[in-house]
Design a protein around this ligand. Structure first.
Ligand code: ADP
Ligand code: ZN
Length: 728
């Protein structure tokens, strides 16, 4: 009997492979794109996804007889929706990464793929056991309320070993029961909503006009505290009312406790959360709940964009200007931009919200691609803080100190009135450089071109690039002098020390990502600040973002010039955004707020824009400058970073790459140049920058170039970053 030609399908594996591989569908098996399947590759079995056949690509030339068979279809995991497959292909093409690596992000919830574990609890049921011990008696006492307990929790509450519980189950005193499976909280759209101000109401109705009406992008541009959240809540409510799923992206998900509480008030339940702080089982549950269309409202970090939403109807990108939306490792994507792509593929609206929108989004709005909605007033009595610069040349701090007398005086006044102050310095640790007073030796990282930063609290010198650390030495390793090491410059711990000496009775809290490791600790500290259990907050950018501290009256920026020195086309824009955001924490309640900015360059346009509250003039200049230099968003950039453990190898590969660059009309290749951070983790770094006009097909150019260029050999690595945000 003649056998018919076997059916083959492409299967994408979550690996760095250039494309899906073909597999034979065994007779009797039915598969469709999006389904999870187990397939062999070499000697290993992998979980992969049946991929749509790319009709534009050449048919595979492989002999089907040589192809291997799909082992099984995993049918208890919901298949990836078609839009997720298209999105993965889109992101891979745009970022020049392998689609498998994007799929890997989509599958980064390992537990979702094993059957959900059944959880059992125990409950008091039968008569007391014939043999009674003190341990058993304690268990019976704790379990007397007839609640169902998780076994380990009951053992802990009674202070006994789990064996004691097992014994009571065997004796028939306790009974084992299946615990209900986790389900995402059920939302309630009938909860009372805020009464919007006329300004908010008109913004909301303009925004609502788009929900359910296909793809659109709205830039919600409102001063800090104007009620942007209230306004986009209306859009979320509208999407949910249509039965759609909604996603809110936040740049720093650990900090969203206030937002979650507000969701709970507005929608009657907490949203599902997606971020790196989730436990593995919780990740699995949330992933499944999203895939099964059970989780309707999700708040997440940038990676939530890759969750398998089957029926997404809205994405809100909060603080859309935040650089945290750019992922720098593996797949280098900009989540704000990819959210817009996801909206376009899913034909739904996307809302970008910020008090200081990115130049990219402002230009898109000005050119009519995005709708621009503005909120110019703070809610109710709250006024925008009055901002002033402190000229450090005129009012310098005492020797070896960092706070100007003007700022110290302002903090003292604030405390006297019983209000809160916040001091901001975007630098972790105690001092950025440590020097030997005797010989001038500076502590440098052995693996990176960077100084070691003193962390006094943890008693060590640390590299902020590779994490190397050494205990703070007692002798200079260079000249042997004793007690000769002096810290140079301030970090946030040093500011804390200065404040402690100035205001010994004030209740202080120091917030820095290295000192507040867990999400729950951080949330607790933020609650203490909100409830005014703290007088002075001293912090890094961890305190700058999105918080609502009603008692905060004064924000002092210790060093406004810090970000302006960077060789980065966005340095001025970013500094403006950060300082606007941090000073915007002041005066959000009934108390008037003010911001004081310490600077040695009070005439700098960024400082002027902040002090004069003249955002528009600053932005207009910045936009002109970008246009003149053909920088984003008027031109496009890609960075090709070559690194190797030998300097020569990195440099010569970078040069050969440059030589292989095909000539092109609207595309220019700059470099290679040694990167400003010339060495990281012992690897020497050279960068090529590709500059293109908006019309040029940058990705097609890069693909052509890389297909013809020599491949990196040995330990030479090439990292491609389309639309780079980091130039170090
Ligand atoms: P933004 O996101 O623009 O910084 P928020 O939405 O966080 O502003 O609003 C600032 C504060 O004002 C919040 O505490 C919020 O609850 C309150 N608020 C804003 N609009 C309203 C409103 N219409 N009714 C009640 N409270 C509001
Ligand atoms: Zn290092």
């Amino acid at each position: 009997m003649a056998k018919s030609k076997p059916v083959t399908v492409p299967v994408l594996l979550p690996l760095a492979l250039p494309a899906p591989y073909d597999y034979v569908v065994p007779e009797g098996m039915e598969v469709a794109p999006g389904q999870f399947v187990v397939v062999p590759l070499a000697t290993v079995e992998y979980l992969g996804v049946v991929w749509p056949r790319d009709e534009t690509a050449e048919a595979p030339k492989l002999d089907p007889k040589k192809l291997r068979e799909i082992i099984e279809v995993v049918d208890d995991v919901p298949p990836l929706p078609r839009v997720s497959l298209d999105f993965a292909d889109w992101v891979a093409r745009y970022t020049l990464t392998s689609p498998g690596m994007v799929l890997r992000m989509m599958m980064s919830a390992g537990r979702a793929f094993s059957p959900p574990a059944l959880h059992y609890g125990v409950r008091l049921y039968g008569a007391a056991p014939s043999r009674m011990t003190p341990a058993r008696a304690r268990v019976l006492e704790v379990a007397a309320n007839r609640m169902t307990w998780v076994k380990s929790a009951l053992a802990e509450a009674a202070g006994v070993s789990p064996g004691v519980i097992d014994g009571l189950v065997d004796a028939g005193t306790l009974i084992t029961e299946e615990l209900p499976a986790w389900a995402p909280p059920r939302l309630d759209l009938s909860t009372a909503r805020a009464r919007l101000t006329p300004e908010q109401a008109s913004a909301a109705s303009e925004m609502l006009a788009n929900v359910g009406d296909g793809f659109s992008v709205t830039l919600l541009d409102g001063v800090t505290g104007s009620g942007k959240t209230e306004v986009y809540f209306e859009a979320i409510a509208a999407a949910l009312a249509k039965g759609k799923q909604a996603l809110v992206l936040m740049p720093e998900i650990a900090l969203t406790s206030h937002f979650i509480a507000r969701c709970q008030e507005r929608f009657g339940a907490k949203p599902a959360e997606w971020h790196s702080g989730l436990t593995a089982p919780m990740r699995g549950r949330v992933w499944r709940a999203v895939a099964e269309n059970q989780a309707k409202l999700v708040v997440g970090a940038r990676s939530a964009l890759f969750l398998p939403f089957p029926d997404l109807g809205l994405i809100v990108v909060d603080e859309e200007h935040d650089a945290g939306y750019k992922q720098e490792e593996r797949v280098t994507y900009q989540a704000r931009d990819m959210a817009v792509v996801r909206g376009s593929l899913g034909a739904f609206p996307v809302v970008l919200s910020s008090a200081t929108p990115s130049i990219e989004s402002l230009v898109n709005a000005a050119q009519g691609r995005y709708r621009h909605i503005k909120l110019e007033r703070r809610y109710k009595a709250a006024r925008l803080p009055a901002i002033a610069a402190i000229d450090m040349r005129v009012s310098p701090p005492e020797r070896g100190k960092w706070l100007s007398p003007v700022l110290v005086e302002a903090v003292a006044e604030t405390l006297q009135r019983g209000e809160q102050a916040l001091l901001f310095l975007n630098r972790r640790g105690y001092a950025p450089v440590t020097v030997c007073r005797n010989c001038g030796f500076k502590f440098e990282c052995p693996n990176c071109s960077a100084w070691l930063v003193e962390h006094r609290f943890r008693r060590r010198l640390e590299c902020h690039h590779c994490g190397t650390f050494v205990p703070i030495p007692e002798y200079c390793p260079n000249c042997g002098a004793e007690h000769s090491l002096v810290p140079c410059g301030p970090g946030i711990e040093r500011i804390d020390e200065e404040v402690a000496a100035l205001f010994p009775d004030a209740r202080r809290v120091l917030l820095s990502s290295d000192l507040t490791p867990s999400v729950s600790d951080l949330r607790e500290t933020l609650r203490e600040i909100e409830d005014r259990e703290v007088d002075i907050v001293i912090g890094t950018q961890l305190v700058a973002k999105g918080h609502h501290f009603p008692g905060l009256a004064l924000v002092g920026v210790v060093d406004a010039d810090l970000g302006l020195a960077h060789a980065d086309p966005r340095a001025a824009e970013r500094t403006f955004q950060l300082l606007n955001q941090v000073t915007g924490r002041a005066g959000r309640g009934a108390i008037p707020g003010r911001g004081l900015i310490q600077t040695y360059m009070p005439e700098h346009p960024v400082i002027q824009a902040l002090a004069l509250s003249d955002r528009d003039a600053f932005l207009a200049r910045e936009i002109e400058a970008r246009k003149a230099a053909m920088l984003p968003p008027f031109g496009r950039l890609a960075s090709l970073l070559v690194s190797a453990s030998a300097r020569d190898a990195a440099e010569s590969y970078a040069r050969s790459l440059a030589r292989a660059a095909p000539p092109a009309h609207k595309i220019e290749v700059l470099g290679p140049a040694e990167a400003p951070l010339a060495v990281i983790r012992g690897r020497f770094r050279f960068r090529l920058l590709v500059k293109a006009t908006r019309e040029a097909d940058l990705q097609a150019y890069l693909r052509l170039w890389l297909s013809e260029a020599p491949k990196p050999k040995g330990d030479v690595r090439l990292n491609i970053d389309v639309d780079p945000y980091s130039f170090l």
